[in-house]
Design a protein around this ligand. Structure first.
Ligand code: ASP
Length: 616
């Protein structure tokens, strides 16, 4: 028994409020009403105990006078046995009528199995059933609810609640749960305060379209759902909160891909009175904590790389560092030898695939076709094979002597047995193409091991990015990111060259987080909006509140946000974030289970003062 006290302020004394009785919970922590144990709990130690289990019928095997039922719940599977002779006949008949996914309760005695199943934690025992109650029958499920299922994606999404019964699916959400708990534990330990910010807001420019919600009481006006809580977390810094975090839903109306969902979750963070280094250290700490607590992996040193180096060395601002294959530029060695394609190219650049000299002619032709596909868009592929006997064989032997190729090999640091692959063209394009080829080679050579984790901070991103479509500069991160002080003069002369105090955390070639040190004064923020093409009125209308807040004592601040679903997918060794979301949407942004989005009733439209006139 425990007493709960309360303070009675009028009498300035403590009084007893309540007496709480604390019962000993069963070991499994479940209540004792419908079951005594879970289906994952019983072992040889329990033999001869009378138990009550409840769960779903996973499978029934009926051998006439002998029936086995696999009973499943969240914790595991336990085998029930109904045997003619020792079980009364009506019980046997009842068991024979069970179907897949019936919800049942069974009472029986734990016995040792004659043939044990060492793949199942409960495989040494079974329950000799004495009573059976069908708590709820079930229709035949549309797919088999086991680890290996016959259900296709669409069907499983329509019946996601059944899909979630499968171990392999549930385990992913359990991983997510653990990640969430460990995140909160770490952040709380670092003095961060979790603050909820509103969901009905106005647009935050994070580069995507907004989802909007009509306001009934303000006809003709709309809220936007947050693409992130960016401006709110900055305002919390102005409020003096100092260290904020939130595990928060964000909404972006973008084209969907396997690793994108219209609503997704971020670990959103902001800190005041910090340098970029402080932020990187704090969140390197978070990632290290998660790896250690959730996966038992101690991450080592986290490399830092500038955006410029990442682009030059890997053609990518999120390089996969599980393997090397760094770009080698060959202009000085390959130009001026009569090969006009190289002579005319802005850049000649290649990679060295270790141990791939054994690629056959056919495999190399396939690689050539692969880089020529429209998705990659290269014109061709030059290869140099460094044979095991030390000779060099290339697809451009006509133009390059073996001495020339030896210089190439030296530049690549190649050894006999290696294969060098070279592309050429316009610098930006060719780097992008080679980056794709590098990833493919890494994949083909088995160098992208899902159990190896290589985190990396990419720093010094450009502040602005030229957008061909709109013919103007966009903020590469977002408009609240501060330029590097020494680059501010370049804003007038060469805006594309201005670097930002912005950084991304990349793991295994996947961007899992990004942030920046923010602008915290009105003048710089206004200058930034001007460079982004906002008129003063537009900037004032959309972000006047933030600029005004900066005039009331805004501390220097910065932050970061992690894509939580993606982080879970990386931890789980999967490419798809969808698996880590309980009720995800499909590729058309549709929830096929609840059938949403959907039309709404005329009365609802009326209330909202909205008339729908779809454009043809
Ligand atoms: N709000 C940013 C994002 O969602 C992250 C940040 O700058 O903190 O990408």
């Amino acid at each position: 028994m425990k007493l709960l006290f309360g303070y009675e302020s009028s009498k300035d004394r403590w009084i007893t409020l309540k007496q709480i009785f604390i019962f000993d919970l069963p070991k499994s922590g479940i209540n004792k009403m419908l079951r005594t144990h879970t289906c994952g709990e019983l072992r040889l130690d329990h033999v001869n105990q009378k138990v009550t289990l409840a769960g779903w019928v996973q499978r029934v095997r009926n051998k006439g006078g002998l029936i086995w039922v696999d009973l499943r719940d969240r914790y595991g599977v336990t085998q029930l046995i109904f045997e003619e002779g020792s079980t009364d006949k009506s019980l046997l008949e009842k068991a024979a009528q069970l179907g897949r996914e019936f919800v049942v309760q069974a009472v029986g005695v734990v016995i040792e199995r004659t043939s044990k199943n060492d793949k199942l934690p409960t495989g040494a025992i079974e329950i000799k059933a004495e009573e059976l109650t069908v708590l709820n029958p079930a229709k035949v499920p549309p797919f088999i609810i086991e680890d290996e299922t016959d259900g296709g994606d669409d069907l499983r999404m329509k019946y996601r609640y059944l899909d979630l019964r499968r171990n392999v699916v549930r385990e992913k959400l359990q991983l997510r749960h653990r990640m969430m708990q460990e995140t909160r534990k770490y952040m709380d330990g670092q003095n961060f305060i979790e603050v909820e910010t509103p969901v009905l807001i106005k647009s935050t420019p994070e580069g995507a379209r907004d989802f909007v919600v009509p306001s009934r009481v303000n006809p003709g006006e709309f809220y936007a759902l947050p693409q992130s809580p960016q401006t709110f977390k900055q305002l919390l810094m102005v409020s003096g909160f100092d260290r904020y975090f939130q595990i928060v839903k964000c909404f972006r109306d973008e084209d969907l891909r396997a690793d994108r969902q219209p609503e997704f979750t971020q670990i959103d963070c902001e800190m005041a009175f910090v340098t970029q280094e402080d932020i990187l250290n704090t969140f390197e700490g978070l990632i290290k904590h998660l790896f250690s607590a959730v996966k038992g992996i101690e991450l080592g040193y986290v490399e830092h790389m500038t955006y410029a180096d990442a682009m030059k060395g890997y053609g990518n601002d999120k390089p996969d560092l599980r393997f090397d294959m760094k770009f080698v530029e060959l202009d000085h060695l390959a130009k001026g030898k009569g090969f006009s394609i190289f002579d005319q190219a802005e850049l000649i650049v290649g990679i060295c695939a270790k141990g791939a000299a054994e690629y056959t002619r056919k495999q190399i032709d396939e690689l050539t076709e692969w880089v020529k596909r429209p998705q990659i868009g290269a014109k061709g592929l030059v290869y140099v094979r460094y044979n095991a006997d030390g000779t060099l064989k290339s697809s451009v032997d006509k133009f390059y002597s073996s001495e020339d190729l030896t210089f190439w090999a030296q530049a690549f640091g190649a050894q006999p047995g290696d294969l060098m692959l070279v592309l050429s063209g316009e610098a930006k394009t060719v780097r992008k193409q080679l980056s794709e080829l590098r990833l493919k080679m890494g994949e083909d050579l088995g160098l992208r091991d899902r159990n190896v984790f290589k985190p990396l901070w990419v720093v010094d991103f450009p502040l602005l990015e030229w957008d061909e479509e709109t013919q103007r500069f966009h903020a590469m991160h977002h408009p609240f990111t501060s330029p590097k002080r020494e680059d501010i003069p370049l804003l007038e002369t060469d805006p594309g060259a201005v670097r930002a105090n912005a950084y991304d955390l990349v793991i295994n070639g996947v961007e899992i987080g990004g942030g920046s040190i923010r602008i915290h004064d009105r003048a710089t923020q206004q200058l930034m909006f001007t460079h982004l093409g906002f008129s003063d009125e537009e900037a004032q209308k959309q972000f006047g509140f933030l600029m005004e807040a900066f005039e009331y004592g805004a501390p220097p601040h910065g932050g970061i946000a992690f894509g939580f679903d993606r982080l879970c997918a990386i931890f789980g060794g999967s490419d798809s974030i969808r698996d880590y979301i309980a009720f995800p949407k499909n590729n058309s942004g549709r929830d096929v289970m609840i059938d949403s989005p959907s039309t709404i009733a005329d009365a609802q439209l009326e209330e909202l003062s909205i008339r729908v006139a779809l454009k043809k």
